[in-house]
Design a protein. Sequence first.
Lengths: 159, 778
Amino acid sequence: MHELSVQMTVNGQARAATVEPRLTLADFLRDACHLTGTHLGCEHGVCGACTVLVDGAAVRSCLMFAVQADSTEVTTIEGIESSDGELSAVQSAFRDCHGLQCGFCTPGFVMTVTAFLRDQPDPTDQEIRHALSGNLCRCTGYQGILKAVHQATGGERET
Amino acid sequence: MTEVAAAGATRYAGRRISRVEDARLLTGRGTYVDDVALAGMLHACFVRSPFAHAAIRSIDTSPALALPGVHFVFTAADLNPGAREQWHTAVGPKSPETPRPPLAEGKVRFVGDPVALVIADSRSIAEDAVDLVEVDYEPLTAVVDYAHAEQAETLVHENHGSNVIGEIGGLPAAALEPVFASAAHVVSTTIHQQAYAAVPMEGRGLVVDYSRSTGELTIYAATQSPHEIRLFCSRLLGLPEHHIRVVMRDTGGGFGQKIMVQRDEMCLMLAALKVGAAVKWIEDRRENLLAAGQSRHEHAAVRMAFAPDGTIEAAQIDFVSDCGAYPTPWPVGTAAAVGMLFPGPYRVPRASFTTKSVYTNTVGRVAYRGPWQFESLAREVLLDIAARQMGIDPVDLRRRNLLAQEDLPYKNPNGMRYDSISPLETLEQAVEMLGYDAFRREQADARTTGRYLGVGLSTYVEPSTPGFGSYATEGATIRIEPSGRVNVYIAGGSSGNSLETTVIQLTADALGVDIDDVATIQGDTALTGFGAGVAGSRSASMTAGAIRETASILCDRIKAIAAHKLEAATEDIELSRSRASVRGSPTVGISLREVAGLAYFEPSSLPPGVPAGLEASARYTAEAGSIWVNATHLCTCEVDIATGAVKLLRYIVSEDCGPMINPNVVEGQIAGGVVQGIGGVLYEHLAYDEDGNPVATTFMDYLLPTATEVPIIEYGHIETPSPGPGGYKGVGEGGAIGAPPAVVNAVADALSPFGVTITRLPLTPARLVGLLDDCTDR
């Protein structure tokens, strides 16, 4: 199959490869970059487990081709904690609030929430729920996740 | 929580300890099966049937094999002869299982039935090749409507001679006729539940890696039970068990779907021996919804007789369940549990039941969180219908009949002996937490303004921690290393149940050591002793037992060594905070690190009869056939009568799982189960059309609850210790049992002014609007 060259910055590191045009960004990150924290839960853009940041915007990496991410800056779950291994505020809040169980959906939630709170640091409960509505979790019933997002905003949880 | 902690002060059990799993899972450093990459690894993809029922006339694999990068295309003729035995350890070799050809042989029996297996350089090439495999099918009439499967001319499995898999019943219904004939009130209905499924966020998957030179097979798996995969595989392939190693570090949820090996996994095991390289199969979402199994598709005619004051005099259930084409395992025993548990946590003097399990040309029935939850759905919905018909408040009707602690032990009319439960107490706690009377006033006020609020509740009792067969024991190995740090080896594995954290908490308490000094190694059959896996809400109690048995050996040894060194009596030594000290003289002591140093490096200094080292293995055997656990769920909702939309307002769970090892984990398990139950009532439907075509094979069609729909869940805890280790009970499944009837009853209560009776799920907006349109009072 005809291949195209692609280059991007992933978690601050330059990456270049020659790929099939049909290769998704998710598969590029997982297979070519060996960044397996980005998970595939549906491969049709509903579950949000594969969410990464492309030039700062939260996108579903299963719905984007690697070649579409040419010349972008991509951040994955592996690039969220600080360089000395300290969890980000969002990651810490998930840990504190039992916001994960099996952990499969968790990277997608962390990426979605990271972008959301950057753009909207003081959201209402309704806004938080709306922001999370594109990510599916089957373990937690979203209870700990909602609590974690409230904690990460520094606010109390509304009930 | 005294038993497990007997060696030292309880410092960790009962506390909201942060999970040790989280550091890796939050940073993308977990290891799920799809994260495993081996040198030279190939990729598998199945050719699956597009027909619900068809004869396979021929399969032409040559166009697929001609595609560059394709290594093998296996059909039944290639793989099936390699299958030797194929029985699951929990049910044994004598269970009358459905014959399960690994790949479809001669016929396909549901849409998604695996027909051929392509092995290629990459998943995308394998998928390309799947499209090139030419299968000539002769479509046959499909058995789709399970309610009429018994009468259908077409047989799903001809050799079985019937579409009825099996029937188990209790006391014949005729025996209760005099009771029903003379009862003041008899209430009956038929309740239908739709098919829905576990739907873990990670599908199934395996990496198989066979070495022809050594005869060793390594399997990386998405599983709730690595040891079961090893045992099953050894029997399937005829390989010695110790030549197989199964590894699972992280599994992305299971909820029952990943307990037992199914046909797809068998195919990978069989292919492993033929390929000569590692092979990875990762189920995609479409396959998961097509082929990983269904649950919950069932109905029952139910009936209760009441005295004039609402006292239950008899209960009857006649239950039929759809088991699809290839149920795993034999489903008839689970169906019987529906019948036996139907009386629930109530004083029911007489009961009868029949159960029938039938084949259809749909995906097979598999275990799913609370596999017999229909007993609670049917009973609790019937009780609310009865309450309305008799003009008794549903809380009062339950109060008059629920078992209270003073009634225990209590044997239900089907012979189930309940003990250590608190049904009435959980009901009262939930009612109190809601402010039930105030809600009824709010509801009445709302109705005057055209708003329809409802409240629904359900109370159940379930057997956790099965104590028989392969589930009856659990082992642990504890190694206190020469530095005094502790490693605990237990079958376990991370699939969302927080077992690593649980094991560390329990071990730290049992040995009297700091929690930071304890680590655990799980999910690898090469390193851990046999354990039947995460199933039957067994892990808390069984793990606590295994750690108690093992830690007690080491505590005795540490005390003996410390007493000898400190010249004190062994019985005066206390273990706490990673130190052994003399009771009453806390300054006189020795650190665990020093004890370990003596045990490993100065064996001649040990007291007579004490072996060197600080390692022990032991195995706990369950003392009872099951551990009972109970809860009351109570929820409120508002129904928009124009659109049929249901909004859940408050959701309260009062449960009794005994003492909690970690309240975060307990509440997390309850919440997950509750929201799965809510999904089952309001959104999820693994639907088929009348020809047996699945119509919900993406997340656009199979609707899971999202953060916008879920209520905040409020928890009440009643603590009645079980007779098992630590007094613990199982809490993994109950949420999914209690939630469906509570939600149905709340919606029915909201719509009660219209005379609506709900007996069929799911409660989609369209169904509710249809019910309202059909009633005359609107």
